[in-house]
Design a protein around this ligand. Structure first.
Ligand code: FES
Ligand code: FES
Length: 154
């Protein structure tokens, strides 16, 4: 089958019972992390047609003809968020970061100017075993504020 990953069409052989997490990692998209494998932690999040899905429980066959985006595909777009996460001390081991960043990309696509409550609600599936989430939320708010300032200027 062919998969559209980060705007490239890629040929891949998959089993009927293969989940997208396994497919992406075997193709070298190692930003997609493996955690609970049961839709409970958020580390395997990728965008499917610009909205977050959990790749550990999404059958690869269902992704045919759709647009898959991993962190490797949003490096430039997410750079300010990465910088703010570092600035706010929001990363310790960093294992949760790729899934969190992808969830924020999806939040941006879905909700204009989200409230703090909406941000918490949207990200409540992204678990972090190291931090208390406060630094992450500060970084995300800085990023979203910057985005709205930049779009006002443009
Ligand atoms: S590995 Fe997919 S949600 Fe935890
Ligand atoms: S920084 Fe370690 S899991 Fe979040």
């Amino acid at each position: 089958m062919k998969l559209n990953i980060n705007n490239k069409l890629i040929d891949v052989d998959v089993r009927p019972d293969e989940f997208l997490l396994e497919t992406l990692r075997k193709l070298g998209y190692l930003s997609v992390k493996e955690g609970c494998q049961s839709s409970s932690c958020g580390v395997c999040g990728v965008l499917l047609d610009e909205k977050i899905i959990l790749s550990c429980t999404y059958l690869t066959l269902r992704a045919e003809g759709r647009k898959i985006t991993t962190l490797e595909g949003v490096r430039e777009r997410s750079q300010y968020l990465v910088d703010f996460l570092a600035e706010e001390g929001a990363d310790q081991c960093g294992y949760c970061a790729p899934g969190l960043i992808m969830a924020v990309m999806s939040l941006e696509n879905e909700i204009d100017n989200p409230t703090e409550e909406e941000i918490y609600h949207y990200l409540d599936g992204n678990l972090c075993r190291c931090t208390g989430y406060k630094g992450q939320i500060r970084a995300i708010k800085k990023y979203l504020d910057l985005k709205s300032t930049r779009s006002e200027v443009i």
